[in-house]
Design a protein around this ligand. Structure first.
Ligand code: SF4
Length: 416
């Protein structure tokens, strides 16, 4: 990872503007006031079996009717070595825990399992979600699900995203529908859905027609929500009762690099919150989204996100305009996952959107090993063409004006 880029990331920016700025970030929330509740209030809460800390609000997850926490704990890292984060999630009522068979080579699910082994009583409070990373057949799905249950010390998962990263709606077959029916009957899963980062609008619309997809975790942020196809797809799912969980809520950016980034951060800081908090607010102001799933490796990040969700201040029209202007000015830095466009323009390299995402994991999230591992899964005959392909046709039709050729080059350099 480029260390220079990291020198001036979002958190360093906040540090650089001084403690006063950080103080105001958290003053926007009731979090501090509630933390300092008087002893008698704490005792009363304990007596009533309630948490003494403010709890993040909940929303119904589509037609499942289940109340889920509006902030979800994204556990795409080694949770075995970070058990304290789970305790802190519970403290604030962040009870939707999102993991996957493939996260951190299994150490994410194992970490949840370790915690549940020590605290079996909390299982019922949790909404545990995992994904069948890399499963292409029902028998692979069976094996992965069994492994996930064993790793997590639980008999069932609340939501199973049986396709981890759907990009082709044709994968929603009758065979899969029958598998879902059976897994529910056996009590292994309560609900079923998929996650999607590519061709999202078409995947969402197709799912709404099936009648057997309970929820979808989709990329959704201040950029994606402006796309007219996504607007229509979200409404279609909402009408059909398909629950929606947003991921990639920060649109990949975690660093302050350009003048636009500084302007955005400065605007929201004056209002009392970080631009990261503003981005979560923008997503959750869409009531059709039940929860925002955010990767939270540290208590600082968790606390910042909890504060954003607890704070009841709505974004103003001006705030939204600032986000829109920023999105337009920086569009060439974010891939919208409209892979159908790229695939048509450069059919010999049908993985452009995926490679863009892996580059984002590397550059924005600092997840070099994960990005490299995923990149290695691109078929060798496609990887061998990455540097010699002419991407000009794709660049011409890319709605984000992305310098695709240059970025494929960067991906090979950093991930191959
Ligand atoms: S590179 Fe452009 S066209 Fe291709 S998926 Fe990304 S945003 Fe869409």
């Amino acid at each position: 990872m480029n260390k220079n880029h990291n020198k001036f990331d979002r958190r360093n920016f906040l540090k650089s503007i001084g403690a006063a700025g950080l103080g105001s970030v958290f003053a926007a929330s009731s979090i501090r006031a509630d933390e300092s509740k008087s002893g008698s209030t704490k005792e009363k809460a304990k007596e009533e079996g309630k948490s003494e800390f403010p709890q993040v609000p909940t929303r119904k997850l589509g037609k499942t009717g289940i109340d889920v926490s509006t902030l979800s704990f994204g556990a795409m890292f080694n949770v075995m070595d970070n058990q304290i984060i789970l305790r802190n999630c519970l403290k604030w009522g962040v009870t939707y825990w999102d993991t996957a068979y493939g996260y951190a080579g299994g150490r994410s699910e194992q970490g949840i399992g370790q915690y549940l082994k020590k605290n079996p009583d909390i299982r019922k409070k949790l909404f545990i979600v995992t994904k069948a990373s890399g499963a292409n057949t029902n028998s692979q799905r069976d094996k992965r699900l069994q492994t996930s249950l064993e790793r997590m010390n639980t008999d069932y998962v609340d939501m199973y995203y049986g396709i981890h990263g759907l990009d082709d709606p044709d994968q929603l077959t009758n065979e899969l529908r029958d598998w879902v029916k059976n897994a529910k009957k056996e009590g292994l899963i309560r609900y079923f859905g998929f996650s999607t980062h590519e061709n999202m609008a078409n995947c969402l619309k197709a799912a709404a027609k099936t009648g057997w997809i309970d929820a979808i975790m989709t990329s959704y942020n201040f950029r994606v929500m402006q796309n007219s196809e996504m607007k229509e797809a979200v409404q279609t799912c909402h009408k059909a009762g398909v629950g929606l969980i947003a991921m990639k809520t920060q649109a990949g950016e975690q660093k302050i690099r350009s003048d636009e980034d500084k302007k955005l951060a400065g605007h929201f800081l004056e209002k009392g919150y970080t631009e990261g908090q503003a981005k979560i607010k923008a997503v959750l102001e869409d009531e059709r989204i039940s929860s925002a799933c955010v990767g939270m490796r540290s208590i600082n990040i968790l606390t910042e996100n909890v504060a954003a969700v607890l704070d009841k201040t709505k974004l103003t029209a001006k705030d939204k305009k600032v986000l829109d202007t920023y999105a337009a000015a920086t569009c060439s830095g974010y891939c919208m996952g409209c892979s159908q466009i790229c695939k048509q323009a450069v059919p010999q390299v049908p993985h452009v959107a995926k490679i863009m995402r892996y580059l984002m994991y590397n550059n924005s999230y600092g997840e070099h090993e994960r990005a490299k591992k995923l990149f290695a899964q691109i078929p060798a005959n496609v990887r061998s063409k990455l540097l010699t392909t002419d991407y000009s046709a794709a660049e011409t039709c890319c709605p984000q004006n992305m310098p695709i050729g240059q970025l494929m080059n960067e991906a090979v350099r950093k991930l191959a």
